[in-house]
Design a protein around this ligand. Sequence first.
Ligand SMILES: [Zn+2]
Length: 138
Amino acid sequence: MTRTCSTDECFSSSVAEARYPSILVAADRLGSEGAASDFFECGDGWFDIIDVLCQRLEFWIVQNEAPPLVIERVKAKFGRLVIQYAGGNDMTAGMVDMAQEVSARVCEVCGNPGRTEASTGRWLITRCADHRGISFSY
Ligand SMILES: [Zn+2]
């Protein structure tokens, strides 16, 4: 994340990786300076979506002895989450797909219900009424 977090639950890769070390390992693997902050390129409003996704993925994989899945990058594109990953199976792919689709209805800034619309730069962004037009520079 390139933004400053204002809540206890922030989107820093260190927090997320500490919670889900088996899934969010890419930043460590990359190893280079700045790699960790580049891992998440989206707003804190989508924290809960990713948090729940990682929790359910980890639970499902362990309970079902499913193939491991590693998330390599999380970013915003066309107003929704894009989660790049490797591994898993059809079930985990469905979980990731669902998380990405839900993000198109959640404000990327605050997590309240939102709508996808064109920003001033003609990029698509998903925002609630209070955060309409707010862009990030990630
Ligand atoms: Zn909002």
